[in-house]
Design a protein around this ligand. Structure first.
Ligand code: MN
Length: 734
């Protein structure tokens, strides 16, 4: 580099670093694109990435950015579009540097930011080998977290390079990563039709996990290489000549077999090296599908085919899009030759599978993202359909991808939890462990404290804060979605309700009889639970406590004669058994789901009336205060959401509720009278009026007694029609 400016701003002088030019020259740019524009973009990413990764090193001691560059080069080698390549260059910036998503978004746009975000999220997932057995599940999760197949492709490039440089890691880490690659990435590569990637990964895994055997096979492959190569040439020459006579230019070459596939064959078929190495594999690549069949005919004319080894994946491609004709013939000196015949395009697809859709051959169309998104989804579903033997599993899968009814979230350890869409941290907690759910106190979503009713999203990392003193609350039922959570909460609440009713029932029995001056009957009643139809004394008390059975009825049944004498007293006590009602918390106008033994009062801050959405707030020691759901004085849900309980209105016909309305109007004579008449005309009583006049403007506060929100609305509408009224509103101001 002669020009010093080039060191800092090569885009000005055109003197870019060699490594950058390497990458750029590898980039397959579509003819419709402007190479200079893409070069600028690529340089932007290159300089950005190398700047932020500066001073970072890999375990090997090499600069960190070399890894990012290698990932970019792998992607370029797969002919991915420049967006994906740039995503590869930047894939570790958010995870490992101070770069944030908004920074990427601003500098490189949504598309690239989303790719990096996806790769970052996948990076948080740790696959335990136990779960790895359910490849289908992991597939679903990867897709739903990744949202974009390109994220997975970048992840594969990342994994491939990490595997290539794995020797620099500690033996323990090497093993863990190799096993994860074997159990997760390799099967996925297969399903996605990424044959070359799978091949490379398998061999890297093999050499990591079984280096001795790998070396042995390697040595054998090398020592037989020359001999085998000579044989391939001898075999191919006449075929090539014959094809040329028919006007077909074919590429014929010996197909290398992976070390791991050789080893698999040795194990599966119990064969020795010699037998396996004796088989030669070649590939014939031609231009068109027709030529594939022509070439096949020529080969079969020249050499005897083994019929049962013939397969036509050109006419009926594999579900992972793989296409090829497979045939095995008997070659010179009786050696078996495995032959694959395919076109150049099939060759590319076999290399990278479904990812081939992001190649530049798609031209300007890759921006039609929705269309391609749907297409790959359909194709993936096809792939999975082909591999899944269980149709119901497939339908489920289809449903998940199409209707998005399932999300995957992560535990702090990186394990995956599958939940129905709309699930909250409560659901997550019970899914992790019943004990975690029962003592769930709060949650962190993506490391930030979040309300327990937060709806979780795909890829969220969730951490549950527990406390031994915490127990489930009725409020949880408002946002628990999974049956596991709901069942557990309900079971726990039933238990609590049972013990509360039990205590209350005993008290009601004793107090009532004491007031009737019949206290001595308590013992007999307690012993007569069977006659009353209960299995135990406790069950009887619970029934009394929750109001299933009245003391009056018990007395009538057990002591009809005695009750006759004191019947007046009994009826009277039940007529005004306010203390029982109070004890049961049967507050006027509301019904509490499941809670019948707490004190209930209306919040003065918001004066709820029927029609308002109600919530009950459990005040320790003072029972429950009812508020409008949107009351400003309610504590923030995230702090105390466990103390918010669902409440329903349950009003009698003639009950009324006080509500305050504010009316602002011009000051003119008779205005107050007109407003009062308007209110009365809706058969609404006025409890109080408060007036202020200033600068010819009247502000009036009316406390009125309404049945419900509808009646209040009618009142407001009527007032607004009065001449000179500025506005009228419900208010909570004192
Ligand atoms: Mn990486």
């Amino acid at each position: 580099m002669q020009n010093p400016i080039a060191r800092f701003a090569p885009q000005l002088t055109g003197e870019y670093p060699n490594q950058f030019m390497d990458l750029f020259n590898n980039l397959n740019i579509h003819e419709k694109e402007d190479p200079e524009r893409i070069k600028k973009m690529l340089w932007g990413a290159y300089s950005f990435g190398s700047h932020y990764h500066e001073h970072q090193q890999r375990q090997s001691g090499r600069p960190y950015f070399e890894h990012c560059l290698a990932v970019g080069k792998i992607l370029a080698g797969w002919n991915m579009d420049h967006v994906t390549v740039i995503g590869g260059l930047l894939h570790d910036t958010v995870e490992d540097t101070e770069v944030t998503l908004p920074m990427l978004e601003e500098k490189f746009g949504d598309d690239i930011a989303r790719l990096v975000d996806g790769v970052t999220k996948l990076g948080d997932i740790k696959f335990s080998s136990r779960k790895a057995k359910q490849t289908g599940n992991i597939m679903k999760m990867l897709l739903s977290v990744a949202k974009d197949l390109r994220v997975i492709i970048i992840k594969f490039a990342d994994r491939l390079h990490n595997m290539k440089t794995i020797r620099h890691l500690s033996p323990v880490k090497q093993r863990r990563i190799a096993i994860e690659t074997r159990d997760v990435y390799s099967p996925l590569a297969h399903r996605l039709g990424m044959a070359t990637v799978k091949w490379e990964l398998d061999d890297l895994v093999f050499s990591t996990l079984n280096p001795a055997m790998f070396k042995e096979i390697d040595a054998n492959l090398k020592s037989t290489f020359k001999q085998r190569n000579r044989y391939i040439k001898e075999f191919s020459k006449p075929i090539k000549d014959e094809l040329a006579i028919h006007g077909i230019t074919a590429k014929i070459y010996g197909r290398p077999k992976s070390h791991s596939s050789i080893y698999q064959k040795m194990i599966k078929r119990g064969k020795e090296f010699e037998e396996i190495f004796d088989i030669v594999a070649i590939r014939i690549v031609v231009d068109t599908a027709d030529q594939c069949y022509l070439a096949m005919g020529i080969v079969h004319q020249m050499f005897v085919p083994i019929p049962e080894r013939f397969k036509d994946f050109v006419a009926s491609p594999k579900m992972n899009a793989y296409q090829s004709i497979h045939t095995t013939v008997v070659g010179p000196r009786g050696r078996k030759v495995e032959i694959q015949i395919r076109t150049h395009q099939m060759e590319q697809t076999a290399e990278i599978g479904v990812a081939a859709h992001w190649r530049y051959k798609e031209g300007g169309q890759y921006k039609a993202e929705i269309d391609s998104h749907m297409r790959w989804l359909r194709e993936l579903v096809d792939i999975l359909q082909g591999e899944s033997s269980d149709p119901s599993e497939f339908m489920h899968l289809l449903k998940i991808d199409m209707f998005n009814d399932v999300i995957f979230v992560l535990t702090p350890a990186g394990d995956l939890i599958q939940l129905p869409a709309g699930s909250t941290p409560i659901d997550f907690a019970f899914q992790v462990h019943t004990e975690v759910g029962l003592h769930c106190m709060g949650a962190k979503v993506n490391k930030a404290i979040a309300p327990l009713n937060t709806k979780l999203k795909n890829g969220d990392a969730v951490e549950i804060i527990t406390s031994q003193n915490q127990t489930p609350h009725y409020g949880w039922l408002r946002f628990a979605v999974t049956s596991k959570a709901r069942n557990n909460i309900n079971r726990h609440l039933r238990k609590i309700r049972y013990s509360e009713s039990l205590k209350l029932g005993g008290e009601i029995l004793e107090k009532t009889l004491r007031r009737l001056k019949q206290y001595e009957l308590v013992k007999q009643i307690n012993e007569s639970y069977r006659k009353l139809g209960y299995k135990s004394k406790n069950d009887l008390h619970v029934a009394i406590g929750d109001g299933t059975i009245m003391i009056r009825d018990i007395l009538k049944k057990l002591f009809p004669a005695e009750v006759e004498q004191i019947s007046d007293k009994v009826e009277k006590i039940h007529a005004d058994d306010s203390f029982i009602n109070l004890a049961r918390g049967a507050a006027k106008g509301v019904k509490l789901q499941g809670i019948s033994n707490l004190m209930v009062t209306f919040g003065k801050c918001c004066s709820p009336i029927p029609g308002d959405e109600l919530v009950g707030f459990v005040t320790r020691g003072r029972g429950i205060t009812l508020h409008r759901a949107d009351c400003a004085s309610l504590p923030l849900l995230d702090e105390d959401s466990d103390r918010i309980i669902p409440v329903d209105w349950d009003v009698g016909k003639n009950e009324t509720f006080n509500v305050k309305i504010k009316v602002v109007s011009q000051d003119r004579s008779g205005i107050l009278k007109e407003i009062s008449e308007a209110i009365s005309s809706e058969e609404v009583n006025i409890s109080s009026v408060d007036l202020q006049t200033r600068d010819n403007i009247v502000t009036a506060y009316f406390v009125v007694q309404v049945r419900d929100i509808k009646q209040l609305e009618r009142v407001k509408r009527r007032i607004s029609k009065i001449k000179g009224i500025d506005y009228t509103e419900r208010t909570v101001r004192d």
